[in-house]
Write a protein of this length. Structure first.
Length: 131
């Protein structure tokens, strides 16, 4: 069982890099937390200029996207984690779900009038699913 759990935990970890155009947002699928489980880890994000960094569930991320895309005139999103005007985040994070699982999204918002680069990594350290 421990080998299976270790394999599952390592498959949740991930990293990536890219660019965010001036005035735009980058949406990155981060992790799926199974129903009733708690997932813990460390998120590191580095950007080449100040950025707003958010983590939300899938529904909040899509509500936010619809709002910034002009498809919705109101916003009903809420962020689990948020950092404003930062170029570096190194933070322990915890995702806890209810009965059903949830997918979490990392959003990097570039409020600048120039493009920025970013790197991110999520290292999962623990998954707990009560019996």
């Amino acid at each position: 069982v421990s080998n299976l759990l270790n394999g599952f935990v390592s498959s949740l970890s991930g990293s990536g890099s890219g660019f965010v155009d001036a005035g735009y947002d980058m949406f990155i699928g981060l992790v799926y937390a199974p129903g009733g489980c708690t997932v813990q880890g460390t998120l590191t994000v580095s950007t080449s200029g100040p950025a707003n960094v958010y983590i939300g569930d899938w529904i909040s991320a899509m509500d936010y996207y619809a709002f910034i895309d002009g498809a919705s005139s109101y916003g009903s999103w809420s962020w689990i984690y948020q950092w404003y005007s930062t170029s570096y985040v190194n933070q322990p994070i915890t995702f806890s779900t209810g009965y059903s699982g949830d997918y979490y999204v990392l959003i990097i918002e570039n409020p600048n009038n120039y493009d920025i680069s970013y790197t991110y990594s999520l290292t999962i350290s623990h998954v707990y699913c009560p019996p």
